[in-house]
Design a protein around this ligand. Structure first.
Ligand code: IMP
Length: 193
């Protein structure tokens, strides 16, 4: 079912299924945790909902850190990844759990793995909600995958297109035609009746 008030994009993964899978990911992460608490790092903005849930589900009230990595403009990857730490991450000598929304070409995760390696992290484990293996350009190791999806541009549950649709509860397939038709209908019938 589409979200009321939003274009009727095709739902790929409903919220309930996503939440169920995140509980399983948290259990898998917990099983792999050593005696020392890992440094949890979310790749913002998209991984925030996943990271917040994992933080709640993992034991030990772990602090959640954030890192920004950008390579995307619209639906096409530029190939260049820049990594920005808004606050210094305490990862030297520690195990890092890197939390991503989606691995597409693999460049972002590759850049972040290199970044944490250079900063002296002991080990970096990657968990991603979605994996689009068909688009991979760079071989990267991913430790935990929520869902493997086809080569579609998806939005919702934290993921956006140019800042739009992050708050959709489901993960849906972006379709510019559906969006245009919906905007046209809303203009000609602002009351929606
Ligand atoms: P990669 O470096 O190509 O693997 O891209 C990773 C980043 O691109 C993700 O963290 C997302 O921010 C963005 N991205 C890739 N595919 C999608 C998509 O289908 N929807 C929304 N964002 C995406």
């Amino acid at each position: 079912m589409s979200t009321p008030g939003e274009p009727p994009f095709r739902v790929l993964l409903p919220e309930r299924q996503i939440v169920r899978r995140i509980r399983e990911l948290a259990r898998a992460l917990q099983d792999g945790m050593g005696s020392e608490p890992p440094c949890l790092v979310a790749v913002i903005e998209g991984a925030r909902p996943l990271a917040a849930m994992l933080q709640r589900l993992l034991p030990g009230s772990l602090p959640l850190h954030e890192v920004a990595a950008s390579s995307y403009r619209g639906t096409a990857s530029s190939g260049q990844v820049s990594v920005v730490e808004r606050a210094e991450l305490p990862c030297r000598g520690r195990d890092v759990v890197l939390i991503e929304d989606i691995v597409d070409t693999g460049r972002t995760v590759a850049a972040l793995r290199a970044h944490f390696g250079a900063k002296g992290a002991r080990h970096c484990r990657v968990v991603t909600l979605l994996d689009k293996p068909d688009r991979r350009c760079t071989e990267v190791a991913i430790d935990h995958v929520g869902f493997t999806i086809p080569d579609e541009f998806v939005i919702g549950f934290g993921m956006d297109i140019d800042g739009r649709y992050r708050a959709l509860p489901d993960i849906v397939i972006y379709d510019a035609e559906v969006e245009r038709a919906f905007a046209g209908r809303s203009r000609s019938d602002p009351a929606g009746g």
